[in-house]
Design a protein around this ligand. Structure first.
Ligand SMILES: [Zn+2]
Ligand SMILES: [Zn+2]
Length: 177
């Protein structure tokens, strides 16, 4: 079974607990091995000086070239991400593809107030959501399903970190993807 690789591609020193938590959630949600991938390379060419953000689409293509040769790869960054039509995104994935990226940049809202565990939970949810897309799952309206749309942190906080029964069943029919 192809593993899911989690790669810290941020500029600051990673919080090992944060990355490890993401890894555990991915392994549990998708019932397959998840491993930490280590590499010094960073997608600095994805930085758009006009928007002062990183283009998530550029990072996805880069992950396929610079990252592991098989399985899914989730880049985790502290840089702010965008796609051209939106102000920002928490993450992006190739639907049914190999690469996904998530960012902590916008998930830190209120974390200072509530505590670091809030960031850990939000990042795990967005990681499962984006890797869900990489396994071919689309957005889901199921109660509390992690594949629910989350344009803002309020929606992230409202959903669970789990796939609903329907998404889980869909996942089963996607094969190895
Ligand atoms: Zn989505
Ligand atoms: Zn669902």
């Amino acid at each position: 079974m192809d593993p899911i690789f989690v790669w810290w591609i941020g500029e600051e020193e990673p919080d090992p607990q944060l990355v490890e938590h993401v890894r555990l959630h991915l392994a549990r949600a998708f019932r397959r091995p998840a491993a930490i991938w280590d590499g010094e390379a960073r997608p600095r060419h994805a930085f758009d000086p006009r928007r002062r953000q990183h283009a998530s689409g550029v990072i996805l293509r880069w992950l396929l070239e610079a990252g592991p040769g098989g399985g899914k790869v989730l880049g985790v960054t502290d840089r702010d991400l965008f796609i051209p039509i939106l102000t920002y995104v928490f993450g992006e994935a190739q639907l049914g593809g190999r690469a996904a990226v998530v960012s902590t940049a916008r998930l830190v809202e209120d974390v200072e107030l509530v505590g670091p565990q809030l960031l850990v939970e939000r990042l795990a949810k967005e990681a499962v959501h984006e890797i869900g897309h990489a396994f071919g799952l689309v957005h889901c309206d199921g109660e509390g399903c992690v594949m629910g749309r989350s344009p803002a942190v309020r929606e992230v906080d409202a959903k669970s970190s789990e796939l609903c029964a329907e998404c889980r069943a869909r996942l089963g029919t996607q094969g190895e993807g």
